[in-house]
Ligand binder design. Structure first.
Ligand code: ADP
Length: 474
């Protein structure tokens, strides 16, 4: 596995959840997976790192000395790519403390990809034979390009798109500094509208491409969802697979979650009421029986938080409360803060990234709003289902594959969904959600059903295992 983030090392989004959990699930199917991830500042201290066994790599791209440091972190094993000049700095994995892309992101993630390609082809580097390379998102998008540049025998490559919106685009002139041949600046390579796109390389050079839900796999082959890569993706349709992400059902388990106020199960949900009361108290909301709607996520155009804020008057009129946890674009944060200040006791906004609070919002809410404009897979709606919190989602990508509308299908519904990406359609779905919350027997049946869904990784990992086996048998 080659990825720029993985729990428990570092996380900015769903990619880290997936890469952190998939290896352990693969192990139960007899697949031994190891991870290569950059040694960002502070990561080494979070894992059991074997500095004494570090393997020096020299200065592969002329930007600084690098080394492979073996590590373990619970069920996750692999190597940290140590290169202090590129990774040992304050700020995030992709952004500076001021919130700008690091100027040297191209070389930072080219190095990750290049070292991965070497490890895949030179067993002596680690003493571990690689049968399949699995690279994730644009940051690992050049693995295939380097394998192609090296030539010779190589293991099959799987490339997974977690979010097509981030292509990793750079000026083509950087290719020589990445030690990539100039011919790759072509249609049959990395070229993308006069630049190079790392993610395009991932799609172009991989033996199989996966993305994180069947519906998203279809959407990205269309002009609306393909961000310019729809032609290539459609050309690769036979090798493109949609595999829905599982959830880490040990970390996200209401019967034993140490981060929530009280445990509960589908059979006995008294603890869920305690979680709701505790959350209302913690966020300064009026404590009581009003329906509490939650929202957890990055505050960007993708996630549709603006639609939630536009629906607010109707929500409040219907007597509901709203709890938002998130951070992102300043105008959206400002709008959420204004909504909270204008409606004390009924609307709460916590700005920031708070893992523990995300558990408490998801456990304590009656419904979780995920009105994304597009959503490759989405994890929070699946967490919500596990915690008996009814997801209200836009019918797109992985949301469409994991949430069946309970009005359209009363027997097998698993939430509520709406089609148009506007506040009117969301409000209509919210009206239907509130009607269900006020109908105790119906709510009870729906909540029991969603809490019983098997969203764990051991199920979800099976299609990956089948894919690896098909590629290695070929
Ligand atoms: P994406 O990867 O597009 O951000 P996902 O739903 O796939 O969306 O995954 C987002 C992950 O990040 C989830 O685990 C979610 O709980 C978490 N998350 C997002 N924002 C926050 C936040 N402000 N605080 C805590 N966790 C968050």
């Amino acid at each position: 596995m080659v990825a720029s983030e993985a729990l428990p090392l570092i996380k900015t989004g769903g990619l880290a959840d997936v890469v952190g959990a998939l290896p352990a699930a693969l192990a139960t199917h007899g697949v031994s997976a190891r991870l290569l991830c950059p040694a960002y500042r502070g990561v080494e201290a979070k894992v059991d790192a074997r500095r004494d066994q570090a393997r020096p790599l020299g200065d592969p791209l002329g930007v600084g000395e690098a080394a492979l440091v073996p590590f373990s972190a619970g069920t996750l094993h692999g190597w940290l790519l140590d290169c202090p000049a590129l990774f040992d700095r304050d700020g995030g994995p992709y952004l500076s403390p001021a919130g700008h892309d690091w100027d040297d992101n191209a070389v930072r993630f080219a190095l990750l990809s290049r070292v991965a390609a070497q490890m895949a082809t030179i067993e002596a580097m680690t003493g571990w034979r690689v049968d399949v390379v699995h690279a994730h998102d644009w940051q690992a998008g050049l693995v295939g390009a380097y394998l192609a540049a090296f030539g010779g025998v190589r293991p099959p490559l799987v490339f997974t798109i977690h979010n097509l919106q981030f292509l990793g685009r750079f000026a083509a002139a950087i290719l020589p500094s990445l030690a990539l041949p100039w011919w790759m600046n072509s249609m049959h390579g990395l070229e993308f509208y006069g630049e190079v796109a790392f993610l395009k390389g991932g799609v172009f050079f991989a033996d199989a491409v996966t993305t994180v839900s069947p519906t998203y796999a279809q959407e990205i082959q269309t002009p609306l969802g393909g961000v310019g890569l729809q032609g290539l993706l459609a050309a690769r349709a036979d090798d493109l697979h949609g595999i829905v992400n599982g959830i880490d059902d040990a970390a996200w388990n209401p019967t034993g979650d140490p981060l929530i106020a009280a445990p509960y199960s589908a059979e006995d949900r008294t603890g869920k009421t305690a979680c709701k009361r505790a959350l209302q108290k913690e966020l300064g909301l009026e404590v009581g029986d009003r329906p509490l709607l939650g929202s957890v996520g990055r505050m960007t155009g993708q996630k549709g938080i603006d639609l939630v804020l536009q629906s607010l008057p109707r929500l409040l009129h219907a007597g509901a409360q709203l709890a938002i946890l998130g951070s992102g674009e300043a105008p959206l944060e400002l709008a959420a803060r204004a909504a909270a200040q204008g409606n004390p006791g009924q609307v709460a906004f916590v700005q920031g990234y708070h893992e523990a609070l995300s558990h408490r919002v998801i456990a304590g809410s009656d419904a979780l709003l995920v009105p994304s404009r597009f959503e490759p897979c989405g994890l929070t709606q699946q967490y919500a289902q596990r915690y008996g919190t009814i997801p209200v989602v836009r019918h797109t990508g992985g949301l469409a594959d994991t949430v069946r509308d309970a009005d359209a299908d009363p027997e097998q519904g698993t939430g509520f969904s709406f089609a148009a990406p506007d506040a009117g359609a969301l409000s209509e779905a919210l009206d239907r959600t509130l009607a269900c919350l006020h109908d105790a027997p119906r709510k009870h049946a729906l909540v029991r059903r969603i809490m019983g869904l098997d969203r764990g990784w051991s199920n979800a990992a099976q299609p990956y295992v089948a894919l690896y086996r098909a590629l290695t048998a070929a």
